[in-house]
Design a protein around this ligand. Structure first.
Ligand code: NAP
Ligand code: GLV
Length: 316
């Protein structure tokens, strides 16, 4: 069995190759090099160049080394016909990311609930004010989680376990204990109405890109908080800056950006109410990811179905 691997960071490739060799000792595993068009059974990739798929014979499946497949599916738009339509694209399902997301979201939500962001701002301004601020009322600090998939559902349940009122929004109807759920476009406004913290965990698709915009912000509780953990393409950045200026949004925590790394001259760096992290809310953990992929390859080789197969028409 031939396995092709591509990671954008060459430094990581050697470690992935050794983990994969341990998990799949009978496979021939190689890192893709430009010009390599030799047949392969499986490709394991993160943000691959489209050349990796050109003239590639024999592919049985492509494994995306992350949860979100937007970068991989962009190949279909940028180089139509290179990613064969009949080859399944399989994404990572959790592999340790759900706990990381829950930690990040809980930290960000509690920081706003207890107004620690405001104490941080005062200290940064060298303002030695010993001024206790009343915390927001927990009962009305409603958190709305966009996306109730592998990550969003775990985040919603974790936040609910902290005693916060939690709502969730998905395409298809969900039933999650302790979470008020909303489904589909027709219920979007009802979902947003009165939400104090909006946490985004949607996939980036033609339907969801730009969903964090002026009109969405206007339907939240006044002075709401935004936490974007999914993709930069979801956010209309100018609308967020306007909403911060108007006080409609009180503060935002952003892990993902339209352009990454976020350019040094971007206005977000100078906006004190925007907290920035460099796309780290849930990183791919190599060993659990390799274990999941190895199990799925074994299942596919036995002719069994696997989960995590992306619906390419839907985009996730
Ligand atoms: P998932 O399991 O596929 O869940 C996606 C959720 O979004 C599902 O509940 C889905 O609804 C919902 N959804 C999709 N399109 C929708 C629409 N048009 N309207 C309403 N709901 C919609 O994905 P996941 O594993 O939870 O990951 C979510 C995203 O997180 C990834 O795509 C990735 O972009 C992002 N992510 C970011 C990081 C980071 O470090 N920042 C790390 C990992 C992942 P249904 O359940 O009805 O299908
Ligand atoms: C990271 O952004 C992922 O999609 O796993």
């Amino acid at each position: 069995m031939d396995i092709l691997v591509h990671l954008p960071e060459a430094a990581e490739t050697a470690e992935w190759l050794s983990s994969l060799t341990r998990a799949l000792p009978h496979a021939d595993i190689r890192a893709w090099q430009p010009g390599d068009t030799a047949p392969a059974d499986y490709a394991l990739v993160w943000r691959p160049p489209h050349e990796l798929f050109a003239e590639r014979a024999g592919l049985k499946a492509v494994f995306n080394l992350a949860a979100g497949v937007d970068a991989l599916l962009a190949i279909e738009r940028n180089a139509p016909g290179t990613l064969p339509p009949d080859v399944p694209v399989i994404r990572l399902e959790d592999t340790g990311m759900a706990d990381q997301m829950a930690e990040y979201a809980a930290y960000a939500v509690l920081r706003y609930l207890r107004r620690f962001d405001e104490y941080e701002l005062a200290q940064r301004r060298s303002d030695p004010c010993w001024r206790p601020l009343a915390a927001h009322a927990r009962e009305t600090f409603t958190v709305g989680v966009l996306g109730l998939g592998v990550l969003g559902a775990h985040v919603a349940k974790t936040l609910a376990s902290l005693g916060l009122p939690v709502r969730g929004y998905s395409r298809s109807r969900k039933s999650l204990e302790g979470i008020e759920t909303f489904a589909g476009h027709d219920e979007f406004d009802a979902f947003l109405d009165g939400v104090k913290v909006l946490v985004n965990l949607l996939p980036s698709t033609p339907e969801t890109d730009g969903i964090l915009n002026r009109s969405t912000f206007a339907k939240l509780a006044r002075g709401a908080y935004l936490i974007n953990l999914a993709r930069g393409a979801h956010l209309v950045e100018a609308d967020l800056l306007d909403a911060l200026g108007e006080g409609r949004i009180a503060a935002a925590t952003l892990d993902v950006f339209a352009q990454e790394p976020l350019p040094p001259d971007h206005r977000f760096w100078r906006e004190p109410r925007v907290t920035i992290t460099p796309h780290v809310s849930a990183v791919t953990l190599r060993e659990p990811a390799v274990a999941q992929i190895a199990e799925k390859i074994a299942a596919l080789e036995r002719g069994e179905r696997v989960t995590g197969v992306v619906n390419r028409a839907r985009g996730y």
